[in-house]
Design a protein around this ligand. Structure first.
Ligand SMILES: [Zn+2]
Ligand SMILES: [Zn+2]
Length: 236
C-alpha cells in the first residue's frame, strides 16, 4: 500500500503544486482551491482582436500598431502572472504533462462562451521546433489541444503546419525583432487540407502574438477561410 501510494504520488501529486498543502484524493487540478482561485481570468469586455481586457471594442494597442493581424481574433483564458504563470512553467519546463488537463479546462471554459471558436473545423497546435520537442518530450500546445478536442469533438490537425527551423528564444526581443525572427518559420505541406476551413490555433501563452500571427498568415495563404487563436494565458 505504501509503495502504491508513493508510486501514485509520483504520477499525481498529493500536494498542491503551489503551496504544498495536502490535496483531496479526487483533486484533478493539482492545485488547492485557494491557489486555483488566485488565477486571474480575463473578464469581458475584451478587445475584439487581441482578447485583452478592454472597455474599447478595439484596444488602444491594437489601434496604434501598424502590423496586420492574419487571425480574426485571439482569446486567452487568464492573465499570464502569478499562479497561472507558475503552472505554465511547471507544465512546459518541468515536464508536468498532467497539468494539460486543468489548463485545458481553462481553454474549454473560454470556448464555451464563444460560439465562433467552437465552430472551428480543426484545432491546430502551434508546433515546437524539433530540438525543443526532444528536450521537452512533448509539445505542450498539442497536449492542450487534446483536452479541448475530446471535449468539443473537434479534430486535431498537427502534421500539416510545420516548423521549418528553430529560432533562438524570443523572450528578450522587441515585437519588431520577433516578427522578423518568425518570418518564414512555418509552412503547410498540404494546402488542400485547409482550403476553406476554419482553424483554431492552440498555444499556451500569447505574448506579442508574433508566432501565432505568422502561423495564421501561412494558414490563410494555404487557403484557410478563418484562423482564430486560443491560449491559456496572455499578458495584461
Ligand atoms: Zn495551494
Ligand atoms: Zn487589442
Amino acid at each position: 500500500m505504501f509503495f502504491l501510494e508513493g508510486f501514485l504520488s509520483l504520477l499525481f501529486p498529493l500536494n498542491c503544486l503551489i503551496c504544498h498543502r495536502g490535496l483531496r484524493s479526487d483533486n484533478r487540478k493539482y492545485l488547492c482551491p485557494a491557489c486555483w482561485g488566485k488565477i486571474k481570468l480575463i473578464e469581458e469586455p475584451v478587445c475584439s482582436k487581441c482578447g485583452r481586457h478592454s472597455s474599447l471594442s478595439v484596444c488602444s494597442s491594437c489601434q496604434n500598431q501598424k502590423r496586420k493581424y492574419f487571425f480574426s481574433k485571439a482569446r486567452a483564458a487568464g492573465v499570464y502572472e502569478g499562479v497561472l504563470r507558475e503552472c505554465i512553467h511547471y507544465f512546459k519546463y518541468q515536464k508536468k504533462a498532467y497539468l494539460a488537463r486543468p489548463l485545458g479546462e481553462l481553454l474549454i471554459d473560454g470556448m464555451s462562451s464563444d460560439e465562433d471558436l467552437r465552430e472551428a473545423d480543426f484545432l491546430v497546435p502551434v508546433p515546437l521546433d524539433g530540438r525543443r520537442f526532444r528536450e521537452r518530450e512533448f509539445n505542450q500546445a498539442h497536449l492542450l489541444a487534446q483536452v479541448v478536442s475530446r471535449y468539443f469533438k473537434i479534430p486535431i490537425s498537427s502534421r500539416n503546419l510545420r516548423r521549418v527551423r528553430g529560432v533562438p528564444p524570443q523572450t528578450q526581443l522587441s515585437r519588431e525583432r520577433r516578427e522578423e525572427n518568425v518570418k518564414g518559420l512555418f509552412l503547410v505541406p498540404r494546402a488542400e487540407e485547409y482550403e476553406g476551413r476554419r482553424i483554431l490555433l492552440i498555444d499556451d501563452v500569447f505574448t506579442t502574438g508574433s508566432t501565432v500571427n505568422e502561423c495564421a498568415r501561412v494558414l490563410k495563404q494555404a487557403g484557410a477561410e478563418e484562423v482564430s487563436v486560443l491560449t491559456v494565458a496572455r499578458g495584461e
